[in-house]
Design a protein around this ligand. Structure first.
Ligand SMILES: [Zn+2]
Length: 298
């Protein structure tokens, strides 16, 4: 292998992906190939000489060695040269999105003066270790989700709270549809009652491949359900424009668990929407009636 720098990385699908990618030249090749693929808007591939030039490698032997290590897991042969495999494309996008970039933690900022989620106290947002957290002062987060530093860099915490809400809505919706947002496997979903003085019901999703996905107050599991959206819409509120935590669905008294089923009640303008969820957090029944009738039935 003339001209190689011989770092011991091996080629092929069984090679350790970290040793394959743990090299500056190879990361440059992956990035150059991404650039060429996106710029040309083509899956036909990038020619050997163009790729070599774009990656900034002069020596043929050195370039061949690194290209060989990246084949077949990250780089594939194409009609007109080389192109990224699916895994290569994912890596290149993550590199571009700054998935491993660090950032300074941000001090908590008040985003709601009073929230039913934390018994009417103010709600804060903070950003640390790439996680946006929504919480009461000095308390564990009620909601949290990762937002990449590249997306957080030019947003203040109020905007980040909006991003977080959008991210959570999507994550919950995908889990409800049976798709892990990261690996696309079927996640396990459940409604769990967390212990404490005032028990909270949580909608929990775990992926068999990726591990824990999220844990949110159970009201978040139904926040975009048609029964909820139409209930609010009929009363002059477009719930899709509200942040996920800004709903009337989180009051402790409104949630009860009966065996496998969980019942949630949302009251608004003397009307009550009652939803019944199965053990997976899916809505199996909904009723709209006046609040007095709903109270008598409970
Ligand atoms: Zn997964």
């Amino acid at each position: 292998m003339t001209g190689s720098d011989g770092d011991g990385a091996t080629a092929g699908p069984d090679a350790d992906p970290f040793s394959v990618l743990g090299n500056e030249t190879r990361l440059r090749i992956v990035d150059a190939l991404y650039e060429q693929t996106v710029a040309a808007d083509s899956r036909d591939g990038c020619s050997y000489s163009r790729l070599k030039g774009a990656a900034g490698v002069r020596d043929n032997g050195n370039f061949n060695y690194h290209l060989d290590v990246l084949r077949d897991r990250f780089v594939e042969k194409a009609d007109e040269g080389y192109r990224l495999s699916f895994a290569g494309f994912e890596i290149a996008k993550s590199l571009r999105a700054g998935a491993w970039q660090g950032h300074e933690p941000r001090e908590p900022v008040e985003i709601e003066a009073s929230s039913p989620l934390v018994d009417g106290r103010p709600l804060y947002a903070s950003y640390e270790e790439s996680l946006v957290r929504v919480h009461a002062a000095d308390e564990e987060p009620v909601f949290q989700i990762a937002v990449r530093p590249s997306g957080a860099a030019y947003r203040d915490l109020h905007d980040l709270a909006d991003v977080m809400s959008a991210q959570l809505v999507t994550a919950v919706e995908r889990a409800q549809r049976g798709v892990c947002p990261y690996c696309h496997a079927l996640p396990e979903r459940s409604v769990e009652r967390s212990p404490g003085e005032e028990p909270r019901h949580r909608f929990v999703a775990d992926c068999p491949e990726c591990g824990p996905l999220f844990e949110v107050p159970v009201g978040a599991a139904v926040a975009r359900h048609p029964a909820v959206v139409s209930f609010y819409w009929a009363r002059g509120v477009d719930v899709r424009k509200r942040r996920l935590w800004n709903l009337d669905v989180y009051g402790g008294h409104a949630v009860e668990k009966h065996g496998e089923r969980t019942r949630l009640r949302i009251d608004r303008d003397r009307a009550a929407l009652t939803l019944v969820l199965d053990e997976d957090g899916q809505v199996v029944d909904s009723t709209v009636e006046d609040v007095e009738t709903a109270q008598r039935r409970q």
